[in-house]
Write a protein that binds this ligand. Structure first.
Ligand code: ATP
Length: 453
């Protein structure tokens, strides 16, 4: 099994990620988070919110609706131009984005949203080695729905194609409520929907997903400075907070052909996935396009008045847009670790403890000794008040360790016969497998200290 298969299988088996609607045969590109996946995903979002919103005096949080006025999607250019160019393979019929194939160059026409081929490159299908038909087909990935109940009176609406659009629509509200000093940001974690035509890369490309966005409003002349600053912030966040190894990350600047027309500059933080380098998060200098467009279509003035000069101007936007699912996937790939242990392979998810679904697991040494079980249950109940805690009394201790390692639990606490005497438990560390005796009444402090590391 390759790494991708191992991760997909672990996710299903241990309750991180399930294919959606599996009993009906599943739905391509749609997944459900199971009991451990939802914990991991919440921990990722919690850290993002803590770092990008709560710890910053210059960023305001928002939770916008999924449905917006349909005109917003015309203004943003999505109705016409949210298209993906795709080519088909003659042999396996799989669709591929040609710009992901070697040597291809494409450019999007601003007015029509259509893609033009500038140069045809490799015609070898990356899936089966078959021949690619050099004809680009275009697909609009914006998902449609309708508002209203009476046939004939229904109004076409769209599910959010990118979560950041609420931020532009609520820009004036935030400015009016908080009178923020520029530069300032508005941040959101929200669902987005895209009729993606290529699947098969697990959580990397799904049709329903969550994005986390910071839209940072700056004076036009200060764009470069803050763009640089945010690049540093977001890179460090993936390394320090998600624990992703720097060797598996890189910066990639979009070429002029590839860049969306209103973006003055665009850089991706790429991760080294099992199929190669690909996007993890996009950082864009979106210029003043969004505020101008929504201003035009709504008739509102979406600008900023300089406190001192009283001059009105349209701020530029520096955007940092990442995906929760993609980050979760990259984090799992990065944390996956195998080592030879006696006769079997020990699988360890070396997740940062702050991300781990369970922080600690509690075991009675033997499940059929009521005194041990009673004390272990008491410790479990106490720890549960502070940390997400797992209980396991099946099989032997070795098997329980293996099982917790595989889901990334950083510490396992065992209650044994000596515990009944000295009120100390054995705490075993996931990464080093080292064991130490800790007093029961010092356990919370011990775990809290470790979590601060
Ligand atoms: P890509 O071409 O790599 O799919 P994109 O350039 O269309 O991504 P953006 O529109 O810049 O992506 O979205 C910002 C972020 O949202 C991406 O970096 C990614 O983390 C996440 N994202 C975008 N599309 C998807 C998707 N279909 N499934 C999961 N995450 C996604």
């Amino acid at each position: 099994m390759d790494l991708m298969e191992k991760i997909v299988s672990l996710c299903k088996r241990r309750g991180f990620v399930y294919p959606s609607s599996e009993i009906y045969g599943g739905l391509a590109g749609i997944y459900d988070y199971g009991p451990l996946g939802v914990e991991l995903s919440r921990n990722i979002k919690e850290l993002w919110w803590h770092d990008m919103v709560r710890q910053r005096d210059d960023v305001y949080g928002l939770d916008g609706s999924i449905l917006m006025h349909p005109k917003a999607w015309e203004a943003s250019g999505h109705v016409v131009g949210f298209t993906d160019p795709l080519v088909d393979c003659k042999k396996c019929k799989k669709r591929t984005r040609p710009d992901k194939l070697e040597g291809w160059r494409l450019a999007k026409d601003n007015e029509s949203g259509q893609w033009k081929i500038l140069k045809i490159g490799s015609l070898k299908c990356p899936e089966c080695g078959g021949e690619i038909i050099p004809k680009v087909r275009q697909f609009n990935v914006l998902m449609e729905t309708s508002l209203g109940v009476l046939e004939g009176e229904k109004v076409k609406a769209y599910l959010k194609g990118e979560s950041c659009q609420n931020i532009y629509l609520d820009y004036v509200n935030v400015v009016d409520s908080f009178s923020p000093k520029i530069p300032f940001g508005i941040a959101q974690i929200g669902k987005a929907f895209r009729n993606e035509m290529t699947h098969g890369k697990f959580l990397f490309k799904t049709r329903e997903f969550e994005q986390f966005d910071v839209e940072y409003f700056v004076r036009p002349e200060e764009t470069g400075r803050y763009y640089k600053k945010w690049k540093k912030i977001r890179w460090n966040w993936y390394v320090k907070r998600m624990g992703i190894k720097e060797k598996n990350l890189r910066w990639r600047q979009h070429s002029e052909d590839e860049r969306i027309f209103y973006a003055r500059d665009a850089w991706d933080i790429d991760y080294h996935y099992p199929w190669g380098w690909d996007e993890l998060e996009g950082l864009h200098d979106r210029s003043d396009y969004d505020l101008i467009q929504h201003g035009k279509f709504s008739g509102e003035t979406l600008g900023y008045v300089d406190e001192k000069t009283k001059k009105h101007f349209i701020p530029n936007i520096v955007e940092c847009s990442g995906g929760v699912g993609r980050t979760l996937f990259a984090t799992l790939l990065d944390a996956y670790h195998e080592e030879e242990d006696k006769k079997r392979i020990r699988v360890v998810l070396k997740l940062k403890p702050q991300l781990a679904p369970y922080k600690v697991a509690v075991f009675p040494l033997l499940a059929n000794k009521p005194k041990l079980v009673k004390l272990a249950k008491k410790i479990y109940d106490d720890l549960k008040l502070q940390f997400n805690t797992s209980w396991d009394d099946r099989g032997n201790i070795g098997k329980r360790y293996y099982s917790q390692d595989e889901i990334g639990t950083p510490w396992c606490v065992t209650v044994d016969f000596q515990t009944l005497e000295d009120k100390q438990v054995t705490v075993r560390d996931r990464d080093t497998a080292k064991q130490e005796r800790i007093a029961i009444d010092k356990l919370v402090e011990y775990i809290n200290n470790e979590l601060k590391q």
